[in-house]
Design a protein around this ligand. Sequence first.
Ligand SMILES: Nc1ncnc2c1ncn2[C@@H]1O[C@H](COP(=O)(O)OP(=O)(O)OP(=O)(O)O)[C@@H](O)[C@H]1O
Length: 271
Amino acid sequence: MTIRASIRAHRAPRPDHDGGAPAALVFEGVTKHYGSAVGVESLDLAIPAGELVTLIGPSGCGKSTTLRLAAGLERPNAGTIRVAGDVVADRRRFVYPEQRRVGLVFQDYALFPHMTVAGNVEFGLDRLGRGERRARTGEVLDLVRLSHLADRYPHELSGGEQQRVALARALAPRPAVVLLDEPFSSLDESLRAQVRRDTVATLKEAGTTGVLVTHDQTEALSVGTRVVVMRGGVIEQADTPEKVFEQPATRFVASFMGDADFLPAKVHRPC
Ligand SMILES: Nc1ncnc2c1ncn2[C@@H]1O[C@H](COP(=O)(O)OP(=O)(O)OP(=O)(O)O)[C@@H](O)[C@H]1O
C-alpha cells in the first residue's frame, strides 16, 4: 500500500465538535526551557476529543517534552495546559501526574515485573472498590484481547503482548487522553505493524484521545487523524495527514517527510 492509500485507509471520521465539548488537551503559549536548552517555545496546540494526533520531527525538537508537560512530569516555565477543560498547569496551579486524567505508554512499557498482567492493570485503579477494580480490569483486558493471559507475569509475554498490557493499564482509569511515546520502537518490524494496528483500533474502540510520538513518518501519516510536525521546540505544521503529505507548509516539513524534492506523485513507498 502506498503512503497515500494508507492514510486514507486509516483515517478516522472527524468527531463532532459542534456540541461545545472541550478539547481533550490544550497547550496555550507553553514554554519549557532546560537551562539554555529549549524544550518547547510558546507552544499552542488543541487536540479535540476522539482524535489520534501524531507528533513527528527530528531528534531534540521537543516531542517528548510536549508529552512530559501534558503528563505532569515537567513544569512549564510559562503558559497554560488543560486536560478535558481543567487547567492542570499554569503560573499558579500544577496538578500532579496521578491526578491528571492522562494515561502513559512508553517504549519500554514500564510494567511491574513482580505483578501479573491483571495486577499491572489494576494498579492504577486504587480509588475503586475491589469488585469494580476487577470488573474494569476484565473489561480492558477484553479490549486488548489478553483476558486469557491475566495471570501471567510480564517476562512470560511477548513484546507485543507487553505493549498491549501497557495500553490496557493506561486505559483502565478512563483517561481523557493517552500519551504514547515511541510505543512500538522496541518491537521488530513484523510485529510492529500488527501492534500498531491493534493499538489504533483499541483507542478508537475505547473512544479515547491519543497523542503518539514517533520518528517514523509513515506511521505518523498513516495512523494520525492529525499530524503535528515540530522543529526546534515549535510547531512547523499541524494538519490532516493528507495536507501534510500533499501540501507541506514549509520546505523543512517537505524535507522531513523524506525527500528535499518531495512530490506526492514521486512517493509510493510500501507501508
Ligand atoms: N532533562 C533535560 N535536561 C536538559 N535538556 C533537556 C532535558 N530534556 C530534554 N532536553 C533538551 O530539550 C530539547 C527537546 O528534547 P526532547 O526530548 O523533547 O526532544 P525529542 O523531540 O523528544 O527528541 P528524540 O526524538 O531524540 O526523543 C533537546 O534539546 C534536549 O536536549
